[in-house]
Design a protein around this ligand. Structure first.
Ligand SMILES: Nc1ncnc2c1ncn2[C@@H]1O[C@H](COP(=O)(O)OP(=O)(O)OP(=O)(O)O)[C@@H](O)[C@H]1O
Ligand SMILES: [Mg+2]
Length: 372
């Protein structure tokens, strides 16, 4: 029997433990029929599907139940081979022999690894059911309780015949959970100062239960001088927007967070967001790219690497860039940008012609896009 550790990096993020939701998904995975079931978790962008499923994936009940676990992030424009390798990398070592295999050989290898084992494969962020078709033949059905767990923003994907049972619709955070998340992000275990309490609650409620909006606004509030007037200003910017739709509201909040960035950070952030889609980028590479673009202001007092690190820390502190893997000694190895922020940044960067004016220029920039 092959055993695989849960390899998804555990980044020490502040999380509201949605125990009820977690339990429902775990039940769907470990109980029920022996046949290979496809279980779906659905909900709008930024709702916390990946976060919930990551917690499910790492839960001892799940790691104990399945012999093999593997995770892949599908996203909109996925490459079949890349996904196969992502899945296989959680199960076997990707030696040169494996990397040289054809796609068909890789599929067969995956089938053989999974056969007769009780396995769980997470396919995160599926945009169309074709992604599942592409792999179905590699997922053996040995009637032993194996599961495919998919997440999707799209209800029609989760409602396809290939998906078993009713898709699990992830709920939004309650106002109280949003408030707790804001509190934890800003003050950790300390109390929120009394005078900020009421406006803090209003800001939390204005996020309409989307955790992505809550952590982004926490990142912004944490960079203010923490006085009532400043918080009221932020609340007013949010409330001046007219939409009631949670996803649109989240987009507007992200937009506000971007606009509040200091000018020197804006191009760094736009650039980072645009070059990534659900991909991790090594921090060193990012610093090098920022430098090549001329985004780093050399003060002479610090090395360029230190300046880049400072900028990155600021963006991470604002939750606009997310750390994804850590180094063994605790530093950040790779980072990523949430897809929703990327959606916001692409038109903004085109409008601003951020990269046309820079040393690299637009053409080189798009060549780079295809390489990362
Ligand atoms: N329960 C939670 N507690 C605290 N923070 C959360 C929680 N759920 C999500 N978040 C934060 O909100 C952000 C968005 O969450 P996540 O990426 O899981 O959303 P998603 O539903 O997978 O979005 P998408 O559809 O774009 O993939 C993450 O950066 C995460 O840190
Ligand atoms: Mg996700």
């Amino acid at each position: 029997m092959v055993s695989s550790p849960a390899k998804i990096p555990k980044i020490d993020e502040v999380v509201i433990d949605l125990t009820d939701e977690k339990k429902l998904v775990i039940d769907r995975l470990i109980s029920g029929s022996g046949k290979l079931d496809v279980v779906a978790v659905v909900g709008m962008a930024g709702l916390g599907k990946t976060t919930l499923v990551r917690r499910v994936y790492n839960d001892p009940l799940v790691t104990y139940h399945f012999h093999i676990q593997a995770w892949c992030c599908v996203s909109q424009a996925y490459q079949k081979r890349e996904l196969l390798l992502q899945i296989l990398s959680d199960i076997v070592e990707l030696t040169d022999d494996v990397l040289e295999m054809s796609d068909e050989e890789l599929k067969l290898k995956l089938y053989r690894c999974l056969r007769r084992n009780r396995y769980l494969i997470v396919m995160d962020d599926i945009w169309s059911i074709e992604a599942l078709y592409d792999f179905k033949r590699s997922f053996p059905n040995d009637d032993n309780g194996s599961r495919i767990l998919i997440t999707s923003r799209h209800f029609h994907v989760a409602a396809e015949d290939e998906v078993d049972g009713t898709p699990h619709s992830l709920r939004r955070l309650s106002d109280d959970e949003s408030r707790k998340l804001l509190q934890k992000k800003l003050f950790d275990t300390k109390e929120c100062p009394n005078e900020l309490m009421e406006v803090g609650e209003q800001i939390a409620a204005s996020c309409k239960g989307l955790p992505l909006a809550v952590i982004a606004i926490a990142g912004l509030l944490g960079r203010t001088d923490m006085i009532l007037d400043r918080w009221k200003e932020v609340l007013e910017s949010i409330c001046s927007q007219t939409t009631d739709d949670p996803e649109m509201r989240c987009m507007e909040i992200l937009d506000i967070c971007y606009r509040y960035l200091p000018n020197y950070l804006k191009p760094c952030f736009l650039y980072t967001a645009v070059i990534l889609e659900d991909k991790d980028i090594p921090v060193k590479k990012l610093a090098w790219l920022w430098r090549a673009e001329g985004f780093l202001t050399d003060t002479g007092a610090e090395s360029i690497e230190d300046i880049a690190e400072g900028y990155l820390r600021d963006l991470i502190g604002r939750s606009l860039v997310l750390p994804s893997k850590r180094r063994s000694h605790g530093g950040i190895k790779t980072c990523r940008v949430h897809d929703m922020l990327r959606t916001l940044c692409i038109p903004e960067s085109l409008k601003k012609k951020t990269f046309c004016s820079s040393k690299m220029g637009m053409t080189n920039f798009f060549i780079l896009l295809t390489r990362i």
